[in-house]
Design a protein around this ligand. Structure first.
Ligand code: THU
Length: 159
């Protein structure tokens, strides 16, 4: 029977990251405070690393009409693609702050964001590294969103 497996990196702290990834994650952590999350109070920050050295930030922006809200990942990636449509995305870092929680366990992108990141990766023609951590504690690194979205739907299916 076929099996889908993937390997990932789990670090006990962001101190173990290389300089570039540490900086990217720090930016994602920092920007969480700009989230507009009056309904959930769950503030998410995302930092997109472009190959030209630019870092584009985004946060979740909620709405009184709940489904209208947007996640931090799609907010940051939409901004990156708007400003730099031809630039390659090398990595994204995702962090959050929840006043109710301990903020030590990484949170992973929701299903809709996984699909969105997958589309960006196809456009990119290069894997996008995912770096996830809360404000403190463990860091997870996953080489490609395809590991989080096996058998993903893409433009190949539309042919
Ligand atoms: N959220 C994100 O920004 N990214 C995710 O991947 C998961 C969820 C936001 C959406 C909503 O504003 C809040 O977190 C609670 O679900």
């Amino acid at each position: 029977m076929p099996v889908h497996q993937f390997s990932y990196i789990e670090l006990s702290s962001d101190k173990e990251l290389d300089n570039d990834d540490y900086h990217l994650l720090s930016e994602a952590k920092r920007i969480t405070e700009n989230a507009y999350a009056p309904y959930s109070n769950f503030k998410v920050g995302c930092a997109v690393q472009l190959q030209n050295g630019e870092i584009i930030l985004g946060v979740n922006i909620e709405n009184a009409s709940y489904p209208v809200g947007i996640c931090a990942e799609r907010s940051a990636l939409s901004s990156a693609l708007s400003q730099f449509p031809d630039e390659t995305i090398s990595a994204i870092a995702i962090s959050y702050f929840s006043p109710q929680g301990e903020n030590t366990q990484p949170a992973f992108p929701c299903g809709m964001c996984r699909q969105f990141i997958s589309e960006c990766e196809h456009k990119n023609k290069q894997n996008i590294k995912l770096i996830m951590a809360a404000q403190l504690g463990k860091v997870y690194i996953i080489d490609t969103v395809q590991h989080l979205l096996p058998f993903s739907f893409s433009k190949i299916d539309l042919k």
